[in-house]
Design a protein around this ligand. Structure first.
Ligand SMILES: Cc1cc2nc3c(=O)[nH]c(=O)nc-3n(C[C@H](O)[C@H](O)[C@H](O)COP(=O)(O)OP(=O)(O)OC[C@H]3O[C@@H](n4cnc5c(N)ncnc54)[C@H](O)[C@@H]3O)c2cc1C
Length: 379
């Protein structure tokens, strides 16, 4: 199928075509099996990394693709349309490399960035704790300086790719209050670091989400990213970009649900005609299509501001709010288009509806996005 998108360059078009090809050959044949069996797709991330799809927006100097954010997000949307769990993990990988890229020293970047951006090293982002989700400043996991190391103690929660990632961008407490949080780069094999069993989630079954436990884990002090006490602002700056990734994932899920619904509505007949030809259903499909197109426009608007170096935090929250609410509505309506079979696991629309729900929750719930947007008004 030709790529029906407004793209800034021929290179961007080729990237979308490449992504669709990989989605057809690598993701599509195994997605249903892994999501049903809740098994990890070993090798899939290495294949995406080898194709350069794990580091598209990062600078070429460090091995990234040097692509505008608006192109990266459209590629991410294509991945998520085929497999949301993989799309989320790709977005989280990008999120987890942001602190090193934006706040690391030259020496730290030289040591760790090339491995991350080549996709040899998959990253996870570890901010949340059981009592500190929306209220991230309430986190308790401690990092106590001891000579040339920090000693880590405490537990983290809800880590996408937990137990499978190669590094963890960790936020831990080095002092009091919101200015007492610092950012660290933790290697997976650190002594004293262990992981809980995967959460039994509603969706995104193929990529684990786990807790992590630090028990007197000694981390070399040169793995502090940025300054001591700068952690929360690093976390939030990474989340501005990450939220755009989640918006793109949500649009991918919604587009996939719309495509399946349109296909089914043109096959299924009732009362002697295709159900798409009943105006009540045709209008439902029209509303779904309008929601997908307008949701995509919100993330592109924010991404283009980011690409131009303009402030985009409020626009990122708008995109996350609009795109994820659209995904929830469109996927729920797609189940409706399928009627009774939509409520079974025989069709993908049921999975899309479960997948859409989490996009309204993580990387800041949609209530928190409204908080960010309202605070940005008039500033
Ligand atoms: C599958 C999954 C993957 C995740 N991946 C990661 C990850 O990789 N890394 C990571 O760090 N975290 C991750 N998270 C955690 C996620 O970001 C948090 O769950 C989320 O931020 C919400 O925090 P909470 O669960 O503690 O809910 P709470 O903060 O307890 O919120 C409960 C409810 O109260 C509402 N609420 C809270 N405060 C306010 C307020 N001030 N105003 C209005 N309403 C409010 C919320 O919107 C929500 O509806 C993941 C979570 C899940 C489920």
């Amino acid at each position: 199928m030709p790529v029906d998108r407004l793209l800034p360059s021929d290179e961007a078009r080729e990237l979308i075509e490449l992504t669709r090809d990989i989605a057809d050959k690598v993701l599509d044949p195994v997605v249903d099996e892994h999501e049903k069996a809740e098994t990890y797709p070993e090798g899939v991330f290495a294949q995406l990394g080898a194709a350069g799809l794990l580091s598209l927006p990062q600078p070429e100097q460090w091995g990234g693709g040097g692509q505008p954010y608006e192109v990266y997000l459209q590629v991410l949307e294509e991945i998520a349309a085929r497999w949301a769990a993989v799309g989320v993990a790709v977005s989280v990988h990008s999120l987890s490399s942001h602190p090193l890229l934006a706040y690391g020293t030259e020496e730290q970047k030289q040591r760790w960035l090339p491995g991350m951006l080549s996709g040899d090293q998959i990253g996870a982002y570890s901010l949340s704790e059981p009592q500190a989700g929306s209220d991230a400043a309430a986190l308790n996991c401690k990092a106590t300086r001891d000579g040339d190391a920090y000693v880590l103690n405490g537990s983290k929660a809800w880590i996408t790719h937990g137990g499978k990632a190669d590094f963890y961008t960790l936020f831990a407490r080095t002092g009091e209050g919101s200015k007492g949080i610092s950012c660290f780069l933790v290697p997976a094999g650190l002594d004293g670091l262990s992981f809980g069993k995967p959460e039994e989630k509603m969706g995104l079954h193929a990529v684990p989400t786990t807790s992590a436990f630090y028990d007197n884990a000694r981390l070399d002090a040169d793995r502090l990213i940025g300054q001591e006490g700068q952690g929360l602002s690093i976390a939030f700056s990474a989340l501005d970009s990450g939220r755009l990734g989640i918006a793109a994932v949500a649009v991918g899920i919604a587009q996939a649900a719309l495509d399946e619904a349109v296909r089914y509505a043109n096959e299924r007949t009732t009362f002697g005609r295709k159900i798409a030809d009943h105006q009540g259903l045709g209008f439902l499909l029209a509303d779904m299509a309008a929601a997908v197109v307008s949701a995509r426009a919100t993330y592109l608007d924010a991404a283009r501001r980011r690409d131009l170096g303009l402030p985009y935090s409020t626009q990122a929250s708008v995109a996350k709010l609009i795109a994820t609410d659209a995904a929830m509505k469109v996927t729920t309506d797609a189940v409706q288009v399928f009627g009774g079979v939509g409520y079974t696991r025989d069709f993908r629309v049921e999975r899309y509806m479960r997948e859409a729900k989490i996009t309204q929750i993580f990387e800041g719930t949609n209530q928190i996005q409204r908080l960010v947007i309202s605070r940005g008004l008039g500033s």
